[in-house]
Design a protein around this ligand. Structure first.
Ligand SMILES: NC(=O)c1ccc[n+]([C@@H]2O[C@H](COP(=O)([O-])OP(=O)(O)OC[C@H]3O[C@@H](n4cnc5c(N)ncnc54)[C@H](O)[C@@H]3O)[C@@H](O)[C@H]2O)c1
Length: 252
């Protein structure tokens, strides 16, 4: 297949839904072979089927990115199937609870940090081992606009995403000398099932809309196109950055 990612093997976590699924479809349209990872294996299978139906190549893996053994296995299966890993998009994440900090529970902290931050650590750890063995690669992590600025009412989520930005910068510095280029994408509010849960409350919807100077929320493909750019050779000099794709949210 032709395209910017022809003959490149791309692993995406959280690819059973929202931003991950949209980005998987965009990579496939540009010639990539996909490894579609999600905790919800049925949703991952659906994404892989959508890619194959459109003439692309993909297979699905059920994995929980907060578990080391799952992250190791997803990378090993990707390498066993395709020979090597060129690109990884570590995107799996869970949303905020919406409580003020004093009303939060320890269990919420543990799960949000486990998935959103430890999940990126464990994913990168195993991806980097595979990429080093193959001479290099590219990684994009999903942080958030809430990884760049404080957002009221979502303190634990904000902490997890600031952590992703810090981990991205430092890991990028550690590995750029070995030809592994790492960046993060920081979406503003984006139309996905995660956000739909929040929009059940119309007051929350109008508040979130009002925070975005562009006057609307983003579409998952708008995040995906930024991910493809960061993963492509067009971004060859971009290292350790946290790219806001947020309709102006963090420019205020
Ligand atoms: N939608 C937004 O407004 C928005 C804004 C900023 C950042 N983000 C981030 O974008 C990423 C994707 O979110 P989305 O909006 O597409 O949400 P989504 O809920 O549509 O998709 C997230 C996917 O991740 C999977 N997942 C959750 N926990 C997992 C785990 N432990 N292991 C493997 N897979 C897991 C889910 O099953 C789901 O398929 C997340 O990291 C989220 O924090 C989203």
């Amino acid at each position: 297949m032709s395209g910017r990612f022809a003959d490149r093997n791309v692993l995406i976590t959280g690819a059973g839904s929202g931003i991950g699924r949209a980005t998987a479809l965009l990579f496939a349209q540009e010639g990539a072979r996909l490894v579609v990872v999600d905790q919800n294996e049925a949703d991952a299978q659906k994404t892989a089927a959508l890619i194959r139906d459109a003439g692309g190549e993909a297979f699905a893996i059920g994995a929980d990115v907060s578990r080391d053994a799952d992250c190791r296995a997803m990378v090993e299966r990707a390498v066993a199937a395709y020979g090597r890993l060129h690109v990884a998009f570590n995107n799996a994440g869970i949303g905020a609870s919406g409580f003020a900090l004093a009303d939060e529970e320890e269990v919420t902290w543990d799960r949000l940090i486990d998935v959103n931050l430890k999940g990126v650590f464990l994913s990168m750890k195993h991806e980097i081992v595979a990429m080093l063995a193959a001479g290099g690669g590219v990684i994009v992590n999903t942080a958030s606009a809430a990884g760049l600025v404080g957002e009221r009412g979502i303190g634990i989520y904000t902490a997890s995403k600031h952590g992703v930005v810090g981990l991205t910068k430092t890991t990028a510095l550690d590995y750029i000398g070995q030809n592994i280029r790492i960046n993060a994408v920081c979406p503003g509010a984006t139309r996905t099932p995660m956000l739909a849960a929040w929009f059940q409350d119309p007051k929350v919807e109008s508040f979130i809309m009002s925070r975005h100077p562009i006057g609307r929320i983003g579409e998952p493909e708008e995040i995906g196109r930024a991910v493809l750019f960061l993963a492509s050779d067009d971004a060859s000099f971009i290292v350790g950055q946290a790219l806001a794709v947020d309709g102006g949210l963090t420019a205020q």
